[in-house]
Unconditional design. Structure first.
Lengths: 349, 326
């Protein structure tokens, strides 16, 4: 890893209001090498990972499968033990707090997954599902509970008619609304949204995106929005971090990243996004090959095996993070001045 | 003179359920010229997969084809015997499925599965199947194809598996490939590789492709003509430009408007209220009427007829009256 100060660190220290500050987080999985082998293999999914979630905003996380998006969410909420680093939630380190405190803190962060039906017990009715977190974590009972459940459902756009239905009796979009109502029940501050619209029909996706925006404004929620669907991420996010094999390769405000993507991987991601306009002539940046396994990342720049602009240095040295402008940085050797091709106009006289 | 490779006329597919028959495909008609990529686009339950399976004669029982004709190379496939269909499948018609990991047999090597198809259809007169299999995999951009043939499906990545699926579809040099969500399970950078590959196959080998997808971006980038499906019906059909630039049906318009794009940042997305109905047996009029903002009295009671705008472009919507072409 680069020794110089991480730009994310210096920049976020300046930015006023950070809800979650992830510092040097390292998460690894241990798997056995074979069925009968006692030798263990360690897979570092995240290593010295830094990221900050600004309060009341949406941080979008994009990247391909196996890049560590979901591990990140699990690491922050301590569903997976991290071996090193800090996750400061309002200044308190999640990773070292005792279980009682952790349990209280976890109420402030909730998760929403891709397939709502996997998150809803098929044997419970909607009102039981939404009431469950309240009954578990609060003393709310009886009429007060019932009212709160009704109120939560109303907030996510469901009527009282849905109260007595089972998950299989509602549509995917409605089920995702129920999941949201459940997540909101304990008045969290942070929602991890892991591909929340990917399993939904196109016409329903927009409804959920609008709803998420509305809920965020109303409750000052902080979102970490994980998706491979760039269109939706861009629509909903204030800032976006691009992940490749467990590393943030570029981070910027939504507009900076869209108008001025600097990392070749970000550029390729944008270029491979299919655009619903047949007359839009665009230059595809075709990435060759497949995503290498995160258990055996390439040396040097992790992207060099697929990078269309790979140089000699990329195979050997890990690139530093270069600040492009405030709040926008990328980790690529192309951005270090030595590697830049001679600029036209910078005469050779 | 037959200039369409495939003509589907009035096709109806029905699945009997305890609550009565469900018409997954309800009297649809469309035609595809040789060398075209035809997009079948729509949301879940719109009948896109049932349409693809009907063409292959693979509607799972108790579902059945209730009527209509599927004219392929001048012959009605619905009059073919099961044996004849079996010969056509693979040889003339092939399918690429969404999830290659589920479609490939996990206990046989890639080579064995690929050779199986080639030998079954006896496509090499000299009997030299092995080199042909290796060459085909190489043509599809798989690195070290002579090693790939010895591998098992689980040893390959998702993108490589999908290339193998496409190789198997191409193995007997079919005229028509039905690709059912071929890239939905793949990452975006791999998706664009596979889409480019399919377009290339059309350009270089003249393969005709039916691209079944829910992704309007994929349609815009690959297809020549499109049928927009809603609840078992084609509510609008035309060239990609008809569909994207001269959009007529309120559903197609709304579908396009609900997609995020940079111009809508900071604003609410356009939405289609409600969701796709799962029980639509009692809809008498237009299937989209319950969700349509421009719904009129007639839409509730009468099924709209096809309004024709050009030789390619038509839509089933009462807003356009009954514009029959002469």
């Amino acid at each position: 890893m680069s020794k110089n100060t991480h730009p994310a660190e210096s920049k976020t220290a300046m930015a006023a209001d950070i809800l979650v500050d992830i510092r040097n987080l390292t998460v690894e999985y241990v798997s056995s090498r074979g069925l009968f082998s006692r030798r263990k293999r360690r897979v570092r999914v995240l290593e010295n990972f830094n990221l900050a979630l600004p309060r009341g905003k949406t941080l979008g996380i994009v990247g391909e499968s196996g890049c560590g998006k979901t591990t990140l969410a699990n690491g922050i909420s301590r569903f997976i033990r991290s071996i090193q680093g800090e996750v400061l939630f309002e200044g308190q380190d999640i990773l070292t707090m005792d279980h009682r405190t952790l349990r209280a803190q976890r109420q402030k962060m909730q998760m929403v997954f891709q397939n709502p039906f996997n998150s809803l017990n098929p044997r419970m009715k909607i009102h039981q599902l939404v009431g469950e977190p309240l009954a578990t974590h609060t003393r709310m009972r009886g009429k007060a509970l019932k009212n709160r459940v009704g109120q939560l459902l109303e907030e996510v756009g469901l009527g009282r008619g849905h109260l007595r239905r089972y998950p299989h009796q509602i549509s995917g979009g409605q089920a995702q609304r129920v999941v949201l109502a459940r997540a909101l029940a304990l008045k969290p501050q942070l929602l991890f949204l892991d591909e929340p619209t990917s399993a939904l029909d196109v016409s329903v996706q927009a409804q959920i995106v609008n709803l998420l925006k509305k809920l965020q404004a109303k409750h000052q929620l902080t979102y970490m929005f994980i998706s491979h669907g760039l269109g939706v991420v861009q629509h909903i996010s204030d800032q976006i971090a691009v992940l490749y094999l467990g590393e943030v390769v570029e981070q910027a405000s939504r507009d900076d990243l869209f108008h001025n993507p600097r990392h070749p991987y970000t550029q390729a991601l944008f270029a491979s996004m299919p655009i619903p306009d047949p007359d839009r002539n665009k230059t595809r940046i075709l990435l060759k090959g497949n995503v290498p396994s995160i258990s055996d990342p390439p040396p040097g720049c992790r992207f060099h095996t697929r990078c269309p602009r790979v140089m000699e240095v990329c195979r050997k040295r890990v690139p530093d993070a270069h600040v492009i402008r405030q709040g926008h940085w990328a980790r690529c050797h192309l951005l270090s001045t030595a590697a830049l091709p001679a600029q036209p106009g910078n005469g050779d006289s | 003179m037959e200039d369409h490779l495939l003509r589907v006329e009035d096709l109806q597919v029905v699945f009997p359920t305890p609550h009565g028959p469900v018409y997954a495909v309800n009297r649809i008609s469309f035609a595809i010229r040789a060398g075209q990529i035809y997009g079948v686009v729509g949301e879940s339950g719109c009948g896109k997969t049932a349409t693809g399976r009907a063409i292959l004669g693979l509607i799972p029982p108790p579902g059945r084809i209730n009527g209509g004709r599927i004219i392929f190379r001048g012959e009605n496939l619905l009059e073919k015997s099961a044996y004849e269909m079996q010969h056509l499948r693979g040889r003339r018609l092939a399918m690429v499925f969404q999830d290659p990991a589920a479609a490939l047999n996990p206990v046989f090597t890639i080579g064995r599965q690929l050779l199986g198809i080639m030998k079954h259809h006896r496509i090499a007169s000299d009997g030299r199947y092995g080199p042909r299999a290796v060459q085909l995999l190489g043509d599809l951009g798989l690195p070290a194809p002579e090693r790939i043939v010895k591998r098992y499906p689980h040893e390959l990545s998702g993108g490589m598996q999908q290339r193998v699926m496409i190789a198997m579809a191409l193995a007997a040099e079919p005229d028509l490939i039905i690709a059912d969500e071929p890239t939905s399970a793949l990452d975006v950078t791999i998706q664009s590789q596979i889409l480019d590959l399919l377009v290339q196959l059309r350009d270089q080998r003249g393969v005709t492709i039916i691209m079944i997808t829910h992704d309007l971006g994929v349609v815009a980038e690959t297809c020549d003509e499109v049928g927009v499906f809603y609840l078992g019906e084609i509510i609008e059909g035309g060239t990609v430009r008809d569909i994207f630039h001269r959009t007529r049906h309120p559903y197609t318009r709304k579908l396009l408007a609900s997609l995020p794009n940079p111009e809508k940042w900071g604003r609410e997305l356009d939405i289609i209220p409600g969701s796709v109905p799962t029980n639509f047996e009692n809809i008498k009029g237009c299937a989209f009427a319950p969700r349509c903002k421009q719904c009129m009295a007639i839409c509730q009671t009468t099924k709209p007829k096809s309004a024709v705008f050009s030789t390619t472009h038509h839509t089933a919507c009462h807003l356009y009256g009954e514009r029959e072409s002469g």
